[in-house]
Design a protein around this ligand. Structure first.
Ligand code: PLP
Length: 389
């Protein structure tokens, strides 16, 4: 009888994917998974067809197509203020998820302790566990998105080797500001830690906030791995294109890991994606304005149904506190919303080590077209006026 190994025995289908199936079964509206069903820009789709038709279908270099790495290096300089050598300090990856896996495989030993801010992006936690890391968490206060950096400093042990941040943050919507990043970088300096920063939502930042890359500050670049990707910015989650920059030696080893795990990112799509990195500012401005509109609509509608929400500063998720509603916990709320309003959202516990810490919150994703959002909110309002249960 075949048996899965110890690392995979505890793996279960993610609650978010399972919910997607339940939502489809009731023909509901999925405000759960961050699929982002907005259209991919036409020019990129056309380029993909051309790239396939004109034959760029063989393996690419395992670090990615050179012209794409050049475009990424330009973008890193212009947008992130990170100077990266496209030859040695940039790797195209199989999604930012692939970049994250290669980074963990390259940088850490089994049983190293890694710090996550909580609520966390569940793939970060699950991948760290799969690869044998020990996790410690530091809370993000959901009422004002503050973090107690003294607490962070105090829980670091001799076994701590890395800190993972995600800014703009999935799931909370927090955007780390410059002072916070300076504080974080100094703590990392003091304890000689690596920082991995997942910046996949970097272009989705709302007024009065700015996206700052840790690697652009002081000399933190030497201890930082910056990960991003095309999934969210260009609505192409299924293309599986991400990228990473960091010190040359680490990128070299990550490239060798990537070669073994995936050989290379999808060649025709790498070629097709090059123009995306050179889109003009108005593309990003329009995208942000459109998400701002969706955010405001979601926040005000949910607040009027008595959910407590701190408006997200970036990304396209929000966490809503249900303690003023009649639900016993997050799982009961998700089931009720799906059954009665045909709207899917995610249990707060999916983003915490201890399920109890998340049982008063739900995560909603608003990367959907305005009509679907309006219908979902209308359906929720109907059951809200009936007292939910
Ligand atoms: N990182 C974060 C924080 C995400 O929220 C997601 C997707 O939801 C990803 C990474 C996945 O990105 P990719 O499609 O590039 O693997």
């Amino acid at each position: 009888m075949l048996k899965p190994n110890q690392a995979t025995q505890s793996l279960k289908q993610s609650g978010i994917r399972a919910l997607g199936k339940r939502c489809a079964a009731v023909k509901g509206i999925n405000l759960g998974q961050g699929i982002c069903d907005l259209p991919t820009p036409e020019i990129l789709k056309q380029q993909a067809c051309d790239a396939i038709t004109h034959g760029s279908s063989t393996y690419s270099a395992c670090e990615g197509v050179f012209d794409l790495r050049v475009a990424i290096a330009e973008k890193l300089l212009n947008f992130n203020s990170i100077k990266a050598d496209p030859e040695q300090e940039v790797m195209v990856a199989h999604g930012s998820t692939g970049a994250f896996v290669c980074a963990i495989q390259t940088l850490f030993e089994r049983n190293d302790e890694i710090i996550l801010f909580e609520p966390f992006y569940s793939y970060h936690k699950l991948i760290l566990e799969l690869l044998g890391m020990q996790i410690k968490t530091v809370p993000i206060n959901l009422t004002d998105f503050s973090i107690d950096y003294d607490y962070l400093d105090n829980i670091i042990s001799t076994n701590t080797k890395g800190i993972i941040i995600c800014t703009p943050n999935n799931p909370s919507g927090k955007v780390y500001n410059r002072e916070e990043l300076l504080t974080l970088g100094k703590i990392a300096d003091k304890h000689d830690l690596t920082i991995i920063t997942d910046e996949i939502y970097e272009y989705i930042v709302y007024p009065e906030h700015e996206h700052v890359s840790l690697a652009s500050l002081e000399d933190f670049k030497d201890r930082t791995i910056t990960i991003s990707g095309l999934s969210k910015t260009y609505n192409m989650t299924g293309w599986r294109l991400g990228y990473v920059t960091g010190p040359a030696l680490i990128i070299e080893k990550m490239t060798l890991v990537q070669d073994l795990l995936y050989v290379c990112p999808v060649t025709p799509l790498q070629n097709a994606a090059i123009p995306a990195l050179r889109f003009l500012p108005d593309y990003y401005e329009q995208m942000c304005a459109s998400y701002l509109h969706k955010r405001d609509k979601m926040v005000s509608a949910l607040q009027s149904m008595n959910y407590k929400i701190t408006a997200p500063e970036g990304a396209y998720y929000l966490m809503a506190d249900i303690s003023e509603l009649d639900y016993s916990d997050d799982a009961a709320a998700v089931t009720n919303l799906l059954d009665k309003a045909h709207v899917a959202c995610v249990t707060g516990r999916s983003f915490y080590m201890n399920p109890n810490d998340g049982k008063q919150v739900l995560r909603f994703c608003y990367a959907l077209d305005d009509k679907k959002i309006a219908t979902a909110l209308d359906q929720m309002a109907v059951i809200a006026t009936r007292g939910h249960l």
